[in-house]
Design a protein. Structure first.
Length: 120
């Protein structure tokens, strides 16, 4: 650790906590994807029949992929923010948050649409 890091220990620790929170979010998103993909077993005879892309297994797969991307993004942003803290040039990244929120809202709407399909 160099002298500029010593002055910014609190900032670096906050960056680590943020990275870990994003990783927890990614793991939770992947777990939700697995649950959604296994809806057939959870709903039993009430399992909606659907064709095409909007199917529980596909929606679950999308959630898992977004979880993986969230974890990758957290590692990338951790390193980038660490470097910005060191050179005193940090700026927030609202677009990544907005993109992730948009993806999650879209998948949530897909789940609602899927669950509203008639059962067999």
């Amino acid at each position: 650790m160099n002298s500029s890091d010593d002055e910014r220990v609190r900032d670096h620790l906050a960056n680590e906590r943020t990275c870990l929170a994003w990783m927890r979010t990614g793991v939770s998103t992947m777990g939700l994807g697995v649950v959604i993909a296994k809806l057939r077993y959870l709903l039993g005879s009430a399992y909606p029949q659907s064709s095409g892309v909007i199917h529980a297994a596909n929606i679950g797969l999308f959630f898992a992929l977004i979880g993986i991307l969230t974890i990758a993004m957290s590692a990338f942003l951790f390193v980038q923010t660490r470097n910005e803290i060191r050179v005193h040039s940090y700026s927030s990244r609202k677009y990544l948050i907005l993109i992730l929120a948009s993806l999650m809202i879209t998948l949530g709407l897909m789940i609602l649409w899927y669950l509203m399909q008639p059962t067999a």
